[in-house]
Design a binder for this molecule. Structure first.
Ligand code: GLN
Length: 312
C-alpha cells in the first residue's frame, strides 16, 4: 500500500496539475512541423526524490521529444569528457537575455554566450567524442539514457522534420565553426544535435534526469554515477542562470528552481540534494516555454516554499 507520505505527494501533484489544467493560452510549436501533431491537452508531472521515490500525476507516462531539455545533460557529458576549462574555450557561461535560437556569438572570443541556447548547445554536441554524428550520438543517447535510468529511443519523424527545417541551426553551427569554437564540422554537430533533440522522454524520465543532477550526478533509481559531482554542480548553475532563455531572470525570482525547458513541452527542474521534477504540456508561450509547465512549477514552488533562496 502507498505510504501516507506518498499519497500526500500524489495529492500535491494532482492539485497543482488540476490548478493548471484550465489554462488554455499558448500554442504547440509548429516551426518543426512534426511537433504540430501533438495533442495540446496533454498534461503531466512527476517528482523524483534523490532517495529514488517517484510520484506522478496526469499524463506522466506520455512521450514527447526532449528538445532543449537535452541541453544541460549533453553539456554535462561534454564537461565530464573535457573538464570545465576546455569546454569554456568553446562556449560561455553568461545569460544571453535572448531567444533560444538567437544568432549568438561573443565578439571577443567567438563563443556562443551559453550552452542553453541553440548556438551553445550545438557546440556542446560538437565536443562529444566521436568522429561522426553516429559516434557522437551513441555517446549522447547512452548518456541521456543513463540520466533517465532507462533506454531512450529517437522519434525518427521528429528527427527528419528537424533535419528538413533546421537551416537556422546550421547557420549557428557554421558561425561557431568560422569563429573556431565548433569542435567538429557543422554537419556532424547539427546531425548529432537534431538526433539528441528528437529523443523520446516522458515527465517521469525528466524528473529522474533532474534528480540525478540534484543528487550530485548519481541516478537515484539505478544508483549509477552518471557524471561527477562537480559536473552536476556546474550544470545546475548554468540551468539557474540560463535555463529558461530570456525568461531566466523572472523565473529565478518567481520559481527559484534551476530548470530547463524544451519546445516539445517538457520542463525539468530541480532542488539540489532534494528532488527533480518533470512537467509536460505542449502549449508554449512566446519564448518557447510550456505555459502549464510554468504554471505547475510556479504553484508548487509558491505553495510549498521550494524557492532555492527560501529562508529555512
Ligand atoms: N530542436 C529545437 C531547435 O533546435 C530545440 C529548441 C528548443 O527546445 N527550445 O530549434
Amino acid at each position: 500500500p502507498p505510504s501516507p507520505l506518498s499519497s500526500a505527494f500524489a495529492a500535491v501533484l494532482d492539485s497543482v496539475l488540476e490548478h493548471a489544467r484550465p489554462e488554455a493560452s499558448g500554442a504547440v510549436a509548429t516551426y518543426i512541423p512534426e511537433l504540430a501533431v501533438q495533442d495540446p491537452e496533454q498534461l503531466g508531472i512527476a517528482l523524483a526524490s534523490v532517495r529514488g521515490t517517484v510520484h506522478e500525476a496526469g499524463d506522466s507516462a506520455a512521450e514527447f521529444t526532449i528538445q532543449s531539455v537535452s541541453k544541460p545533460f549533453v553539456f554535462a557529458l561534454a564537461l565530464e569528457q573535457h573538464g570545465l576549462a576546455e569546454v569554456m574555450r568553446h562556449v560561455g557561461l553568461e545569460p544571453s537575455g535572448e531567444p533560444f535560437n538567437a544568432i549568438s556569438l561573443d565578439e571577443q572570443t567567438g563563443r556562443p554566450l551559453n550552452p542553453m541556447i541553440n548556438a551553445g548547445a550545438i557546440v556542446s554536441s560538437s565536443l562529444i567524442r566521436g568522429d561522426s554524428a553516429e559516434e557522437k550520438f551513441q555517446v549522447i543517447g547512452a548518456g541521456l539514457s543513463a540520466f533517465a535510468g532507462r533506454s531512450l529511443d529517437v522519434d525518427e519523424a521528429v528527427f527528419e522534420s528537424e533535419v528538413a527545417t533546421g537551416d537556422r541551426n546550421r547557420a549557428l553551427a557554421y558561425l561557431a565553426r568560422s569563429a573556431g569554437t565548433l569542435a567538429s564540422t557543422s554537419d556532424v554537430a547539427t546531425t548529432a544535435y537534431f538526433r539528441q533533440c528528437a529523443v523520446n522522454v516522458n515527465a517521469r524520465d525528466l524528473a529522474i534526469m533532474a534528480a540525478t543532477l540534484a543528487g550530485g550526478g548519481v541516478n537515484p533509481v539505478t544508483r549509477e554515477r552518471v557524471v561527477r559531482e562537480d559536473v552536476a554542480r556546474w550544470t545546475t548553475a548554468v540551468m539557474t542562470s540560463c535555463g529558461m532563455y530570456d525568461a531566466s531572470g523572472e523565473w529565478l525570482v518567481r520559481v527559484g528552481l534551476p530548470a530547463k525547458s524544451g519546445v516539445g513541452g517538457g520542463i525539468a527542474a530541480l532542488q539540489p540534494e532534494q528532488f527533480g521534477i518533470g512537467t509536460f504540456s505542449p502549449r508554449l508561450d512566446a519564448r518557447g516555454n510550456s505555459v502549464r509547465g510554468i504554471s505547475m512549477l510556479e504553484s508548487l514552488s509558491e505553495r510549498h516554499g521550494l524557492h532555492m533562496l527560501e529562508h529555512r
